[in-house]
Design a protein. Sequence first.
Length: 151
Amino acid sequence: MRTIFKEFVKKEFLFQSEKNGYDKKAEQAFYQCFKSLAQDIIVENSFKTFAYLWNEEQEILGKRVDGNKKDCIISQVTGLQYRSYVASRFPMLMKKIEQMIKKQFDYIMEVETNYHKDIEKLKKEFEISGKCIKVYGMNSDKHHDGKRSCI
């Protein structure tokens, strides 16, 4: 089930990213950080619902799921229509995920702006050169609308 849920998370992230053009608005290092944080949001907010729907599908197809039945469930929950199905059954969940992803993107854009504003000072202070290749969103306490420490 974990692999299937991973596919759902990837598809939902891609849907949100393409819908809002996130990949075109952020530099690659900042976009990768955003991608990681957004996928965490989707997992944290939808895993229980996903597990519920997985169990529901098993009930519909019969108690024992193996072979073709399992393939049927997998195609059902990873299919293109699955997102709209979840959105129609759990509209508040999808709305919450969309809002949280938007907040994370706005935050990453704020981090990127501050980085560019302070980069020369940081290079001088820490005696470093080059460009930013990776941004990490720390697993610290989430505060101020989900903002985290970034390095």
